[in-house]
Design a protein around this ligand. Structure first.
Ligand SMILES: Nc1nc2c(ncn2[C@@H]2O[C@H](COP(=O)(O)OP(=O)(O)OP(=O)(O)O)[C@@H](O)[C@H]2O)c(=O)[nH]1
Ligand SMILES: [Mg+2]
Length: 246
C-alpha cells in the first residue's frame, strides 16, 4: 500500500512519515520511504527514492534567480513533467508492505496543480493508494474550521481520486476534546452568524454528514508517535479489508 502524507506547511508530514514508518516497522511490516519535497533540508528517515536527486528548490533559486515560491512552482512543474520516471522509481523501490510518501510543504502545489493528480493516477494502477490529510491542530480554532477541514478533505479526495483519511496532528499541544464536534454544534455556530453563505453551509453540513464514511477523524501526535494505531485502523476501515492490507 502507498500512503501519501499531505497537508499545509509545517503540519507534520515529514515527522509523521517517519514516526508512522517506525511504528509499522516495529510491528514487522516492511516499509519504504519516499521524499517528494524538493525543498527539504533534513529528513528523519532514509528514503529509497528522494526527488532531490532530480530537482532541488535551492538549485533552482540559484540558477534561475527565483524566490522560494517561484522555485517551488518550477520544481513541481519539473516533477510533473517527469512523473512517469518518478512513479517508476517509487514503484521499483516498493517491494515493501507500505510505501510512505512525504509530499512538498505547500499542499496547494501538490493538490491544486497537476503534480498530485498526475502522481496518484500513475501509481494507483500498481496497487492501493491512500492519502492522509494532516491538519495542524493549532489551526483549528472554531467549529466552523472543523467543517472547512471536512470540506477540504473531500476536495482532496476529489482532486487526487484516492481514499483520503483526515488526521489532526500535534494533539500533544492542544486539548483534543475540542475536536469532538457534532453536527448540531456546527449548525448552532452557523445560526449565530449572519452571513449570506449560512444557508449554503447548512446544506453542506447535511450533505457531508449524510455521506460521511464510517471512518472518523482522529487526533494524533506525530512527534510523540501517539495515535499511530488509530491511523492504521482508519486505513483498514477505509479499505474495508479483512486480513491483507497491503
Ligand atoms: N508538538 C508537536 N510538534 C510537531 C508534531 N509533528 C510535527 N511537529 C513539529 O512541527 C514542525 C514541522 O514538522 P514537519 O514534520 O517538518 O512538518 P512538514 O509538514 O513536513 O513541514 P514542511 O514539509 O516544511 O511543510 C517541526 O518543528 C516538528 O517538530 C506533533 O505531533 N506535535
Ligand atoms: Mg516536510
Amino acid at each position: 500500500m502507498m500512503v501519501l502524507f499531505i497537508g499545509t506547511a509545517g503540519c507534520g508530514k515529514t515527522t509523521l512519515t517517519s514516526s508512522f514508518g517506525r511504528w509499522l516497522e516495529e510491528r514487522g511490516f516492511k516499509v519504504s520511504y519516499v521524499n517528494l519535497d524538493p525543498g527539504v533540508e533534513f529528513l528523519p528517515y532514509t528514503p529509497t527514492f528522494d526527488v532531490r536527486s532530480m530537482v532541488t528548490t535551492a538549485k533552482l533559486m540559484r540558477d534561475m534567480k527565483l524566490g522560494p515560491n517561484g522555485a517551488m512552482i518550477m520544481a513541481a512543474e519539473i516533477m510533473e513533467k517527469n512523473i512517469d520516471l518518478i512513479a517508476k522509481n517509487i514503484t521499483s523501490s516498493c517491494n515493501s508492505d507500505f510505501t510512505l510518501i512525504d509530499t512538498p510543504g505547500q499542499m496547494e502545489l501538490f493538490v491544486f496543480r497537476g503534480l498530485g493528480p498526475a502522481l496518484t493516477s500513475t501509481v494507483k494502477t500498481g496497487g492501493r493508494v491512500v492519502a492522509v490529510y494532516i491538519v495542524d491542530a493549532e489551526t483549528v480554532t472554531s467549529v466552523v474550521e472543523y467543517l472547512i477541514i471536512k470540506m477540504l478533505s473531500l476536495i482532496i479526495e476529489l482532486r487526487l481520486d484516492v481514499p483520503t483519511i483526515t488526521v489532526i496532528n500535534k494533539g500533544d499541544i492542544v486539548d483534543s476534546s475540542k475536536f469532538m464536534i457534532d453536527v448540531d454544534a456546527i449548525k448552532r455556530e452557523l445560526e449565530s452568524r449572519e452571513e449570506m453563505l449560512t444557508d449554503v453551509a447548512f446544506d453542506i453540513v447535511d450533505v457531508l454528514w449524510r455521506y460521511e464514511k464510517p471512518a472518523r477523524m482522529v487526533t494524533i501526535s506525530a512527534l510523540r508517535g501517539e495515535g499511530m494505531e488509530k491511523l492504521y485502523d482508519l486505513m483498514v476501515e477505509t479499505f474495508c479489508v479483512c486480513g491483507d492490507l497491503t
